[in-house]
Write a protein of this length. Sequence first.
Length: 211
Amino acid sequence: MTTSADRSPIFFMSYAHRPNSGGDRRVQEFYELVRGHVDELLGLPVGQEAGFIEAEPTGERWSADLAHAIGHCQVLVPLVSPRYAQSEWCAREWNAFLSRPRSTLPGAPSSPGHIPVIPVWWTPASSARLPAAVHAVQFFTADGLPRPGQAQMYHHEGLYGLPQLGRPGLEVYEAVAWLLARRITDCYGTQDIAIGDVDLTGLSTRFEEDL
């Protein structure tokens, strides 16, 4: 696990880039919301990073910062969409994280709900369109939303769609960000993921199923 003296991020948010699109801007906005919550929940000291996202991809996709983050973060948060399921780069990030040895911390609960991979619906996608490895993981369900029907809104619209529904959708969007941050901190407190450099060059471009 990372320490207070470490600049390694707690979580890595993975998504399918679409350069020069409003979607990338909205991903960044959601990331900042979750990152701020995680920072507050864990009371991180100055210098330690709550999260990582590659905001400005270049032709040299595997930047040094990205390589460090995927080899040192403790939780992977994929923003799942049809485009994510087709992305070779997202598959590499998935495989890089899952290649790292992990164990449950002493005294911590071990269950499918506490594995350190938390897929979130960015836009809706049918199970048939998802790689088997992604479909097999327990998705973030947003349990705990305060009003009946709000979890269904999240599942039906995805995070990208919620703000399009006006104030009711924005309320769900903001609540999901908070609950996701809580889930990230729970994972961080139960799992220990070995840190170190990851060999990015030989990673498969298909989603592997080793969970």
